[in-house]
Design a protein around this ligand. Structure first.
Ligand SMILES: [Zn+2]
Length: 334
């Protein structure tokens, strides 16, 4: 599941593949952008903001031909639950389609069929590149493509990415990411500001408050579950009920874990990854014994839309339930 660290790695991959290159053609498969064309523009930057991906494009070289407006644009996308960007070598794809060219491993397999095989062999530079994002689900079909940017050398393809939009770069803050709290992986990370925003929601469950991207951006369900377990915090505890220093401990730990994992393809919060297997304290381990006390970890549901806990519930929007794992002993309610 994409979290701040996955978005960071996706951006790194896109940056290496696209930055400085001219877009030769583009293809947006969302209704609102059906007629948009960013060809001729140069990719000037690829920037992660929380869980949002911003691909910044230069002004159009020939304004008269550009339906999307001449000024610099930002292509926005969000990975949500299962979106992923992948980068393919154009030479490789062109070969695959030509008689006598390199054949796909399966008859009828299109250029976007999975090329990664079990056992870890890497067949092309493109595949090596796509592997930088270790948690990208391999195997999306072409029907899930939402955006394609082609340069001379590569094709960057957004599979199942959400909220694909083109916005003037000067309006990024206003229209795309201005609502976000401090970015936990950003160069301008501001711990005190994040703590301030969390403290301003005293009646909220800590488990939902740290997931709210308006408080701080970048934490997803994996890091929520792990940081709450590691700091022995009950997910439903009110923010105001936490002992002194606990809020800071939680956020500092989340920051540390995301940074430790941002350049790794295998996510680990326990400090180990034997045989390349991700190692978690609690995430995805409900029904299994707690690694600390042996108690069976529980499965719980937490509503991220809830703004308060207790008898007078208020919520932001529709119920948004997520499944979490927690230890009823290590993380007992206060
Ligand atoms: Zn335990």
């Amino acid at each position: 599941m994409p979290e701040g660290d996955s978005v960071y790695r996706q951006c790194k991959m896109l940056r290496e593949a696209l930055e400085g290159a001219v877009v030769e053609s583009s293809d947006f498969r969302v209704p609102s952008l059906a007629t948009s064309d960013v060809s001729g523009r140069t990719v000037v930057a690829v920037v992660p903001r929380g869980k949002h991906i911003l691909i910044r494009l230069s002004a159009a070289p020939d304004a008269a031909q550009m339906r999307s407006g001449a000024e610099p644009l930002t292509l926005h996308s969000h990975l949500m639950m299962d979106g992923t960007w992948r980068v393919f070598d154009r030479a490789q794809n062109d070969d695959a389609g030509r008689p006598g060219g390199r054949r796909s491993s399966r008859p009828g397999a299109g250029p976007y069929r999975p090329r990664a095989r079990r056992g870890g062999s890497v067949r092309s530079a493109a595949e090596a590149r796509t592997r930088i994002s270790g948690d990208a689900a391999i195997g999306q079909g072409s029907h899930t493509i939402r955006a394609i940017l082609r340069t001379k050398d590569v094709e960057a393809v957004g599979f199942d990415v959400k909220d694909v939009r083109l916005v003037p770069t000067r309006l990024e803050g206003q229209e795309l990411v201005g609502h976000l709290g401090p970015d936990i992986l950003g160069p301008d990370w501001d711990l005190e500001k994040a703590l301030g925003r969390l403290s301003a929601q005293p009646d909220r469950a800590i488990g939902t408050a740290i997931m709210d991207q308006r408080n701080l951006a970048g934490i997803g369900n994996v890091y929520r579950v792990e940081t709450l377990f590691m700091t022995r915090t009950n997910p439903w505890a009110r923010v105001a009920s936490l002992p002194d220093g606990k809020l800071r401990e939680i956020v500092v730990l989340a920051h540390k874990l995301l940074h430790l994992n941002k350049d790794r393809s295998i996510r680990s919060t326990t400090g180990e990854a034997p045989r390349g297997r991700p190692l978690m304290w609690a995430y995805g381990r409900d029904g299994q014994p707690c690694r600390r006390c042996g108690t069976t970890l529980k499965r719980g549901e937490i509503d991220d839309a809830l703004l308060t806990v207790g008898p007078e519930l208020s919520r932001t929007a529709v119920q948004h339930l997520r499944t979490i794992a927690w230890c009823p002993r290590c993380q007992a309610a206060g």
